[in-house]
Design a protein around this ligand. Structure first.
Ligand code: HEM
Length: 416
């Protein structure tokens, strides 16, 4: 056996290995160099095994080549349509949502949703986000020591989604509590018990959302649900289950991701004080800073597993039809053939062609909203507090147990 073949044989990565949470970057650099397509063990995959693609150009191919399907059900995963019927409704709604669909179904759903989720709708949220940030900052200012995650980065995106959906003020506390419980239950680390505990929350949320949809049918307003109800292509419209699935998808895709970006950004800046100073001195650097923080902190490490519908060769390795493939965005965004000094946080990086929001047909629907929230959230934190420091040593920060979403469980800080 040649040396290269030995290396490829050994290139088997278990994504639940603690090092893949604390510092996976040396491992990805090694894989890009010696085994750009390798075997992986992950909770996200059927039978927990599959392939992982780590180089930038190859990852782009996984997300854009139509040979790779996102539709587990159509490709024979999760048993059968019969099994689907047995799944709790909230999981069924999610499995049926557009992120798990191929064309033409995906194109149809995305086209309709795009009519409601417009750049204008997102820009219209700007003043709401400013308004929602203020009381959170006031709370931070009142305490001696705070948890950036629990007290700021989780509540902010949740409040924004509630605003976007038009959840009534009287329902907001319930909405926050249910979402938190549902997210904890659907987290990979939660196990079966977590899922069972989350189910009643899922049912209550379905009822809340059904109520919102009914209300908007009777009384249209300027919010997203009305937009989803009104979206049409000829005679085609979104059905009620499709609207409910979309609401759950927005909640799950848009909440923890944005929270992780904000929650990882402050520790990254504190670990690179010259970059933090640069941003304080040049506030207009904020947009470029957000792009670099997306690249560097990798809030989403990979998208939905893809399934090749025929054998595909990448970097000399044949990936068999029907296997499961993870396109590692976290690794692509540190590819040294694309990014100069990829391990360096450079807030002014130009060009910055990161693919933190994915690539191709499923490119993140909420990218503009996430950017806007991150810009307002980060800027407001830095403007309000001249001094931010970690209240524990950096190496004591722990990541959440998720293999696909990278973010800290908590970030204790002191602010002045
Ligand atoms: C920093 C924050 C975010 C990151 C890093 C992120 C990342 C991603 C990525 C990588 C994908 C592609 C998944 C794939 O191809 O398998 C995606 C899709 C998606 N994202 Fe985001 N996202 C963020 C925030 C949001 C927000 C705020 C929303 C909406 C409220 C959102 C809604 C969606 C939806 C609906 C999809 C599916 C699009 C489709 O299937 O066509 N995301 N996101």
């Amino acid at each position: 056996m040649t040396a290269a073949a030995v290396e490829i044989e050994e290139a088997y990565t278990d994504l639940s290995d603690p090092i893949m949470f604390t510092n996976p970057f040396p491992r990805y650099a090694e894989l890009r160099q010696f085994a750009p397509v390798s075997r992986v063990k992950s909770q996200q995959l059927r039978r927990h095994t599959g392939y992982m693609v780590t180089r930038y150009e190859d990852v782009m191919r996984v997300y854009s080549d139509k040979v790779f399907s996102s539709d587990e059900l159509a490709q024979g995963g999760r048993g059968s349509a019969f099994m689907m019927k047995l799944l709790p409704r909230v999981f069924r709604l999610l499995s049926d949502s557009m992120v798990m669909k191929d064309d033409p179904d995906h194109q149809r759903l995305r086209g309709l949703v795009n009519q409601a989720f417009t750049p204008r709708m997102v820009t219209g949220l700007e003043s709401d986000i400013h308004r929602l940030v203020e009381p959170l900052l006031d709370d931070l200012a009142r305490k001696e020591r705070v948890d950036l995650v629990a007290d700021f980065t989780i509540p902010l995106p949740l409040a924004v989604i509630a605003e976007m959906l038009g959840v009534e003020d009287s329902d907001r506390d319930q909405f926050h509590f249910w979402t938190k419980s549902l997210l904890e239950g659907t987290d990979v680390g939660a196990g079966v018990l977590g899922i069972i505990r989350a189910l009643p929350m899922g049912r209550k949320m379905i009822r809340l959302f059904e109520g919102l949809v009914k209300k908007r049918e009777a009384q249209p307003d300027e919010h997203l649900i009305t937009g989803l109800l009104e979206a049409s292509e000829g005679t085609d419209r979104l059905s009620e289950p499709e609207i409910l699935g979309m609401i759950f998808l927005l909640l799950l895709a848009g909440h923890e991701t944005t929270a992780s970006l904000l929650g990882s950004s402050i520790p990254a800046l504190l670990a690179n004080p010259e970059q933090l100073e640069r941003l304080r001195a040049e506030p207009d650097l904020i947009d470029s800073a957000i792009e670099e923080l997306l690249r560097y902190t990798a809030p989403v490490t990979h998208g939905v597993p893809r399934i090749p519908m025929e054998d595909v060769e990448i970097a000399g390795v044949t990936i068999p039809k029907g296997s499961r493939v993870l396109g590692m965005l976290i690794s692509a965004n540190r590819d040294e053939s694309i990014f100069k000094d990829p391990e360096t946080l450079d807030l002014g990086r130009q060009p910055n062609r990161h693919i933190g929001f994915g690539f191709g047909a499923h490119y993140c629907l909420g990218n503009q909203l996430a950017r806007l929230e991150a810009r307002i959230g980060l800027r407001s934190l830095l403007e309000r507090f001249e001094h931010i420091e970690l209240a524990v040593p950096q190496n004591e920060l722990r990541f959440k147990p998720s293999e696909s979403l990278r973010g800290y469980r908590s970030v204790p800080i002191r602010v002045r």
